[in-house]
Design a protein around this ligand. Structure first.
Ligand SMILES: *Cc1c(COP(=O)(O)O)cnc(C)c1O
Length: 419
């Protein structure tokens, strides 16, 4: 933590200060492979911790309900302009508090309760907010869900087309949280057009890759593009909606006053900083290295006998089925955490185990790539993972590997962490 900031928090609230410092050390000393996480820059952290948190500004730049917006308006406008230029969109709204409210605003903009939404099923790799039954999006709307093929574990566009023709959804979602392969936005666009549905491409996981040209962009085919700002895009926790000019009003109204009150201006500033960073040549190199690292890690895991869903990856994410290693996802994830390697257990398509103790683990390379790790480190990580997964109850081995992990991490300073 920045020494001045650390001192301030420690003076006022030593308990919280100590916990923040401990978390900072944990992030510094471990290999973070959670596919949705990253390390933001010191500049993004500072913007997020600024006095902009003190200000109310319901409305949009130039049309606010509170006075004193001289600087806030400029911050939000810069953020919007940078998003428009980076993603090549007509309109951007950076006010959604996070990815889930961003998606809910899309429903509110275009659907009435009971209308039909079509999205990828959660167990196949979709997100809760794409119409899964426990989510408000699956209970206030009629939801039809597509999955992946049993033989290839990839989305079957013929199945999607057939289902869309039969169910005539008003809104279609593509994108997800555990998809290791390129999303065929053009095919989704064609199907949505054919059945008269709005298409929302949710690029929460891959926004940074899209911005850098390391994954195709949905902008020309999707009516709305929804994203978080804190995953591969490497900004603060937040959400953003982007759309064609004809949907701008509907989207803005749905976010405010439809769903939210005042925007989180400190977050908007952090997003603006992240978008500026994402427009640099360095970020382009970073995003392509994320993919190169994921491919290297995938290849090293396959070499060590791991089974990967779809056999590999096109992006930042790898989904591993541990059935062949005779260990459950949860046991493996806990043993790896004890070894300084942090990831999450995850269902695999057609999983025969329960979601709370599924067959798989999910891995992503955005955070380790932010530390400057490359292919050689990915091979080392695969070797450690193999050792731990082969001995999930060997606490001495886990402690030894955690020490080795710390040594490697010391050579790759994490952005935003000074300790
Ligand atoms: C992470 C994610 C979200 C939700 O984001 P939160 O900020 O956690 O609400 C929505 N959609 C997809 C595809 C995601 O991966």
């Amino acid at each position: 933590m920045h020494p001045a900031l650390a001192k301030t928090i420690a003076d006022v609230d030593p308990e919280i200060a100590e916990l923040i410092t401990s978390e900072e050390k944990r992030q510094r000393d471990s290999i973070r492979l959670i596919a949705s996480e990253n390390y933001v820059s010191g500049a993004v952290l500072a913007a997020t911790g600024s006095v902009l948190t003190n200000k109310y500004s319901e409305g949009y730049p130039g049309k606010r309900y509170y006075e004193g917006q001289q600087y806030i308006d400029k911050v939000e406008q810069l953020c919007v302009d940078r998003a428009k230029s980076l993603f090549g969109v007509d309109h951007a709204n950076p006010q959604p508090y996070s990815g889930s409210p961003a998606n809910l605003a899309v429903y509110f903009a275009f659907l009435k309760p009971g209308d039909t939404v079509m999205g990828m099923a959660l167990p196949a790799g979709g997100h809760l907010t794409h119409g899964w039954n426990v989510s408000i999006t699956g209970s206030y709307f009629k939801s039809v869900q597509y999955g992946v093929r049993r033989d290839t574990h990839r989305v079957d566009m013929d199945e999607v087309r057939e289902l869309a023709r039969k169910e005539r959804p008003k809104l279609m979602y593509c994108g997800g949280t555990a998809i290791p392969r390129t999303i065929d936005f053009a095919a989704f666009g064609e199907i949505a057009k054919e059945v008269g549905a709005m298409l929302c491409a949710d690029i929460a996981h891959i926004a940074g890759l899209v911005a850098a040209g390391a994954h195709p962009s949905p902008v020309s085919v999707a009516d709305v593009v929804s994203t978080t700002t804190h995953k591969t895009l490497r900004g603060p926790r937040g959400g953003m909606l982007m759309c064609k000019a004809d949907h701008a009003k509907a989207i803005d109204r749905a976010v405010f006053p439809g769903l939210q009150g005042g925007p989180h201006n400190h977050t908007t500033a952090g997003i603006a900083v992240a978008l500026r960073e994402a427009a640099t040549a360095d970020f382009k190199t970073y995003a392509h290295q994320i993919v190169a690292n994921a491919k290297a890690l995938a290849a090293a895991l396959v070499e060590r006998g791991f089974t990967l869903i779809t056999g590999g990856t096109d992006n930042h994410l790898i989904l591993v089925d541990l059935t062949s290693k005779n260990v459950s996802g949860k046991i493996a994830a806990k043993a790896l955490d004890a070894s300084g390697i942090e990831l999450n257990y995850n269902s695999v398509p057609f999983d025969t185990r329960k979601p709370f103790d599924p067959s798989g683990i999910r891995i992503g390379t955005p955070a380790v790539t932010s530390r400057g790790m490359k292919e050689a480190e990915m091979r080392q990580i695969a070797a450690w993972m193999d050792q731990v997964v082969s001995a999930p109850s060997d606490a001495a081995l886990h402690a030894k590997i955690a020490g080795e992990v710390r040594e490697l991490c010391a050579k790759f300073p994490a952005p935003g962490i000074l300790v």
